[in-house]
Design a protein around this ligand. Structure first.
Ligand code: PLP
Length: 260
């Protein structure tokens, strides 16, 4: 049976990140893709020029419309923008315990534009983190959620992942792309222990939307029934191929998208 996966996230009209990346990724990872929008951004490969929030009650209405009619096998949550939207998402998912939820705590675009209001971090932490099957922070996002300095070593990465794991999610995938050096290690922390995933750093400016892509590939792979480590491996392999494939695209003059 083909799984149904719902992405709750923001729109990127240039197609590289957000809902647009999620729909391509979920489809390419073997699932049926659906999308409930939290925010519209105006952006291209050079940066974000505007953000327009969807009214929270309408975010809730979109999610409820999907659940009222369709079996949802997994949810990916991306940009939630504001505390009120985070509350609306949490409210809409309240009636669905046991759902597979991959939570990508989107905070700042690679170009520096804020995608999450400061006062939304507490709501994200208190209401959405405890619902997550897997939380997928990059190192600055993990540090923000914990209120500590950004990890600079693998040991700190693992410690911060374990600290986040005690805040409610079943597992945390700490993405080490910000660690520097020639590698991009990711650290999966679960109650059963810590698994490291090694990956060479691919030298390209075309990494726009890689966080969105990883989290929606994870949601699709978990929905097919893979274990947490197997889903991480499959999702990382997919993202690495998408980044490598970006060389074939001619999209914009800034941080280009990946190829699905
Ligand atoms: N725009 C939207 C709507 C997003 O959801 C995200 C990330 O999740 C971004 C932009 C940021 O993309 P990046 O930082 O990969 O350029």
């Amino acid at each position: 049976m083909i799984p149904n996966v719902l992405s709750i996230a923001g729109s990127d009209p240039s197609g590289g990140a957000g809902i647009q990346a999620d729909l391509k990724t979920i489809s390419a990872n073997g699932a049926y893709a659906m999308a409930a929008l939290t925010a519209l951004t105006a952006q291209n490969t050079q940066g974000v020029s505007g953000v327009h929030l969807v009214p929270p009650a309408f975010v809730k209405q979109q999610i409820r419309a999907v659940f009222d009619d369709i079996r949802v096998d997994a949810v990916k949550i991306g940009m939630i923008a504001s505390a009120d939207i985070a509350d609306a998402v949490a409210d809409a998912l309240e009636d669905h315990p046991g759902l597979i939820i991959v939570l990508d705590p989107v905070m700042i675009a690679k170009g520096g534009a804020p995608l999450l209001q400061d006062d939304a971090i507490a709501t994200l932490r208190d209401r959405l983190l405890p619902r997550a099957t897997m939380l997928t922070p990059n190192l600055p996002e993990a540090a923000h959620l914990l209120g500590v300095e950004t990890a600079t070593t693998r040991a700190e990465m693992a410690r911060q992942g374990a600290a986040l794991c005690t805040m409610g999610p079943q597992a945390v995938l700490m993405k080490g792309g910000h660690l520097g050096g020639g590698e991009s290690p990711d650290c999966l922390v679960t109650p059963d222990g810590t698994h490291w995933f090694e990956g060479p750093r691919i030298d390209t400016p075309n990494t726009h939307g890689t966080g969105c892509t990883l989290s929606s590939a994870l949601a699709a792979q978990l929905a097919t029934g893979l274990s947490l480590p197997d889903a991480v491996l499959a999702a990382k392999t997919y993202v690495a191929r998408a980044i490598a494939g970006s060389a074939a695209l001619t999209v914009g003059s800034g941080h280009g998208p990946t190829h699905h």
